[in-house]
Design a protein around this ligand. Sequence first.
Ligand SMILES: *Cc1c(COP(=O)(O)O)cnc(C)c1O
Length: 357
Amino acid sequence: MTKRIYNFSAGPATLPLPVLEEAQKDFVDYKGAGMSIIEMSHRSKQYDAVHQETKAAVKRLLNISDEYDVLFMTGGASTQFAFIPMNFCTNGKADYVNTGSWSKKAIKEAKIQGKSVNVAASSEDKNFNYIPTSFKFSDDASYVHITANNTIAGTQYKTFPKTKAPLMADMSSDIMSKTFDVDQFGLIYAGAQKNIGPAGVCLVIVKKALLETIPEGLPTMFSYKTHAAEDSLYNTPPVFAIYIMGLVMKWLEANGGIAGMQKKNEEKAKILFDRIDKSDYYKPTVAREHRSLMNVTFRLPSEDLEKKFITEATAAGLSGLKGHRSVGGCRASIYNAFPKEGIVKLVEFMDAFEKAN
Ligand SMILES: *Cc1c(COP(=O)(O)O)cnc(C)c1O
């Protein structure tokens, strides 16, 4: 029998088993084509069906109107950090909210391009353990950029700020984990490898009207216009990653859609947070009202105990609980595909560990 452990990795992260099994079944001979999906032309009928169906499912799941384009891009979320100022910082000014490592990297890319960045709010004063609630947006920013879920710090916006300039969000680690209104945003992007697929594809949802504002003269591959005009097929797209993402979309639709995921995610996170809150042994690291339901961060009484906890958890089949190297501690990433049973198992382990140590 195949051995599957409970994988708390922050990304690439656990995927639904039925998705992996279907990909395995179809891998060598894709639905009677006599070749694999990764061996055929990206202009073939079979691949085109995958491309179009994946896009249609994304639109259905997130209720995306025809005012938006859905793009499949490469280079991960990190490349979007550079794309956004390049394409949309048309007057040289942009607002950013700084909620942690990923926000900082996004800000860095705007500055590299000589843009004037106004940090409209920051939670750096408290080691990024909360989400700011008051913002100093400028009047003339080209856009406002936020990080919806802070994978490393373990915080998450519960509501999004209202902005005059188009709001642009990095949703890499919480897209499709809860319902929200796409219409609040000018652009949304998400590297797939946290919640919706494998590494290699980055989902971008962009308002068509904004595409009109993109300056001419950008290198072809660095303009969103190219990707929108060519339906993400200007060059060879990451066909395998898009195919797997399509299977994840199918799994989401068969499992209650985004509302169904939200309900499960709230249940799952509650089990873990209730255990953390039960005693002083485990300490949550972020403000209660901004706790991420995707990346649950906590500390133990000492770094030595944290090391021991992670080692023994790994031996017990609970993998990936080490916090990000920049913050330490423990982190349980419990994305859509992470099963509730794994969290129950972790809680049992936490109880036993506290008793023994
Ligand atoms: C993982 C992550 C990124 C980086 O994604 P890549 O696809 O590796 O570039 C950016 N932002 C957030 C919020 C992330 O969690």
